[in-house]
Design a protein around this ligand. Structure first.
Ligand code: 6CS
Length: 312
């Protein structure tokens, strides 16, 4: 048997490292009977094309990101809210592992469009890079901010006064270089590996959100697997939760020094951080009223679950 696993990243970036590790373990466990072919981003079209391929079953497995899948699964845009998840990446992963809002209620939303999410995991806290220092909301006035294009991501930056626009990351280096875009958000490993820091003068340690990736499979394929094969997939995905946490941590730590060599690091004062948080709060109501198909019930539950985990 041969399964196709597509990701939105390239080389040894976290999603590819994940897919390759998955392939290796399945090969070993199946005694070579199952081969998992992993595909880098670009090989099979844009990020949104990949969602369609997964739905159609051209690919059986994928790592998907809410920023790109948000038009297909509206509710997944919840991950575009700023300052919702705990500041600690460890606690964020704990929420992603344990939350019923995510692992039951949100999962049902994916199932409605033929997709089966098997695990949600963080690729690390996101930071802003920019061509001028971003330290307070006022700095975002008329700032051309690149997002992945989900409506809620755009609303989140609109709330600070920015002009957000969706863009594929494959074209982002050039857009930042020629000034079509002024800045973007991503985890540190990705900023450095995609060389965005080369064409940006500043990186703000904003920690405003985490990058959440989802191991997602074609539902019909998954339901049609034999019991032993499905157990193999489930067990491997489960094992990889702690593996990928360590991998993103290692990559984010290692790459920070690469960025520091060329790029000025900007910190946000406590006061300004509070101002960002205040501006981000009404976006939750926007999500409840304009994006959610269940009147914000998933967000209501998730907020409670986060409170229980952080004790705040
Ligand atoms: O910014 C992006 O679009 C990309 N960032 C990451 C961390 N992974 C893939 C994604 O396409």
């Amino acid at each position: 048997q041969e399964w196709i696993f597509i990701t939105e990243e390239t080389g040894e970036q976290v999603q590819m490292a994940y897919a390759d590790e998955f392939a290796k373990r399945i090969d070993e466990k199946s005694g070579g009977n199952i081969t998992v072919e992993t595909y880098e981003f670009g090989g099979l079209g844009s990020e949104t094309d990949q969602v369609v391929q997964l739905q159609e079953g051209t690919a059986q497995l994928a790592v998907t990101s809410p920023g790109f899948i948000g038009n297909t699964v509206k509710e997944s845009q919840i991950f575009g809210l700023h300052f919702l998840f705990p500041e600690s990446v460890e606690e964020t992963q704990q929420v992603l592992n344990e939350s019923e809002a995510i692992n039951v209620d949100l999962v049902e939303q994916y199932e409605e469009v033929g997709l089966e999410p098997l695990a949600f995991w963080t690729e690390g806290a996101m930071q802003w890079t920019s061509n001028k220092p971003l330290a307070a909301p006022a700095d975002f006035e008329n700032f051309k901010m690149r997002t992945q294009g989900s409506e809620l991501q755009n609303e989140s930056y609109g709330a600070y006064g920015a002009n957000p626009d969706g863009y594929s990351w494959g074209e982002l280096y050039t857009a930042l270089e020629n000034g079509t875009m002024d800045g973007q958000e991503n985890p540190i490993f990705f900023i450095a590996d995609a060389s965005f820091h080369e064409v940006q003068d500043y990186m703000t340690l904003s920690n405003h959100n985490n990058y959440v990736a989802t191991t997602t499979v074609n539902q019909e394929w998954y339901d049609g697997l034999g019991e032993a094969e499905r157990a193999l997939v489930d067990e491997t995905v489960e094992e990889l939760q702690s593996w990928v946490f360590d991998e993103q941590k290692r990559q984010n730590e290692e790459f920070l020094s690469v960025i520091e060599e060329t790029t000025e690091i900007v910190e946000i004062s406590e006061e300004d951080r509070e101002e960002f948080k205040e501006l981000a709060m009404p976006v939750r109501d926007f999500y409840r009223e304009n994006i959610s198909t269940v009147d914000g019930a998933i967000l209501d539950k998730l907020e409670q679950e986060i409170e229980e985990i952080t004790g705040e």
